[in-house]
Structures are given as C-alpha cells and as structure tokens.
Design a protein around this ligand. Structure first.
Ligand SMILES: [Zn+2]
Length: 98
C-alpha cells in the first residue's frame, strides 16, 4: 500500500439480484453491510477507498464490470475486493484482484 493505492470495495448482488437467501438473510444485504464496514475502516486508516454500490442497487454483470473499470481507471495500485457470502456453509468469501 502507498499513497496512490486505491481500494475498490464491491458489494456482491443488489436490487432484484438477492444472491443467496436463507435464514431470513439475503446475500445482497450482508455483502453491502460488509462492504460499508470495509469502506469506513479503510477510510479511517487513510486509504483511498470507493464502493461499487452504496445502496440496494441492481448492477447487471456488464454494468458492474464497467463501473469497476471506470473506478480502476488504469491505476496499477488498485486492489479490488468483491464481497460474497455463500449459502451452504454460511462462510464469508471475498475475491481480490491486484
Ligand atoms: Zn454472491
């Protein structure tokens, strides 16, 4: 990490795409909660951070990719964290790309 580092925090799913659903929980809500937490925590640490969505927005795959690409803006110091929460084992996963 350096002062040029940009972290893009993606909250998986959203809107009509609920993702996994179970136990009265929707993946889209949990990923947004996790993403907001990460965003606030990273901002507190002085790390330049943006989110792909900040509310219950539906982002079709292509739109999500385009949004990430425009935030990424060819900055080689970019870290992308995409939050997903699996239904089966209830485990939390995230994917990152440097
Ligand atoms: Zn997911």
């Amino acid at each position: 990490m350096n002062d040029k580092t940009l972290v893009i925090v993606d909250a998986g799913h959203g809107g009509i795409d609920s993702g996994a659903v179970g136990n009265n929980l929707k993946e889209k809500d949990l990923t947004l909660e996790a993403a907001k937490y990460m965003f606030n925590r990273l901002q507190d640490l002085g790390i330049n951070t943006v989110m792909t969505r900040t509310d219950d927005e539906y982002l079709p795959k292509r739109d999500r990719i385009n949004r990430i690409l425009s935030l990424y803006n060819n900055n080689p110091n970019t870290l992308i964290i995409s939050n997903h929460i699996n239904a089966g084992g209830g485990e939390f996963t995230y994917h990152y790309i440097i």
